[in-house]
Design a protein around this ligand. Structure first.
Ligand code: PRP
Length: 215
């Protein structure tokens, strides 16, 4: 692998398409078959870039360790992972929010030590601590909406996008927690050693995002 390419960690899954479109709008000429293979590393030397395709929750880990210079990560993942990376731009894509949900029959007032299922144990624990409520957190890796239905948990903390998953599983939202969008993140060392390349990328992305505001 050529060392002077800028390594970009991209989240596989639902953010991927929107992130790719944003990069293309920012003027990056990415191959047409970029997204339809099983390859995890894609080099685009003509743009001076290499892309690594990671699980969304792992993107800040790659950037923190410096094996990726920059990356695209959801605010949810940034809060959960607390990595040592710079969050330089709100890309305003993949907008959704975190919410607490439960079965409609559930009465939060009556629950003494509620079980909360989530993919985000840290975020969930911080949230309920701030609310002054003692809860037991059950960490799951996906399909969180299943937990209250089968009796594994009383409530869930999860991402809501269209609301379809909650609806189709007969759950209702109890509290809206935090709005979420994807962020452009940068490794602090890379920000110094590859300043020109990274500044150029931030400028190009900021331009298409709209106002070019930083966070
Ligand atoms: C996410 C999230 C919800 C769903 C919300 O799951 O955890 O389950 O999307 O989207 P909606 O409001 O548009 O229905 P994802 O599909 O990423 O898979 P997961 O359940 O494996 O986490």
């Amino acid at each position: 692998m050529s060392a002077n390419l800028l390594t970009v960690a991209m989240p596989k899954g639902r953010i991927f398409e929107e992130a790719l479109e944003l990069l293309r709008r920012a003027g990056y000429d990415l191959p047409a078959d970029f997204d339809d293979s099983r390859r995890l590393i894609i080099e685009v030397p003509e743009s001076g870039m290499r892309f690594i395709l990671a699980k969304p929750m792992d993107v800040p880990t790659y950037v923190d360790h410096g094996v990726a210079d920059v990356g695209v990560a959801g605010k949810d993942v940034m809060i959960e992972e607390e990595r040592d990376v710079y969050e330089v731009l709100d890309l305003k894509i993949s907008a959704c929010y975190m919410a607490v949900a439960a079965l409609p029959t559930y009465d939060p007032g009556k629950d003494v030590a509620p079980k909360i299922a989530s993919k985000y144990p840290k975020l969930t624990s911080d949230y309920f601590r701030e609310q002054g409520e003692q809860v037991e957190i059950i960490k799951l890796n996906g399909s969180i909406e299943l937990a209250p239905i089968v009796g594994l948990a009383d409530r869930i903390v999860d991402i809501v996008s269209t609301g379809q998953t909650l609806k189709e599983n007969g759950l209702v939202e109890l509290e809206t927690m935090i709005p979420i969008t994807s962020r452009f993140i940068v490794n602090p060392v890379s920000y110094r050693t590859k300043a020109a390349q990274i500044d150029d990328m931030v400028d190009r992305l900021a331009e298409v995002v709209g106002k070019g505001e930083t966070v």
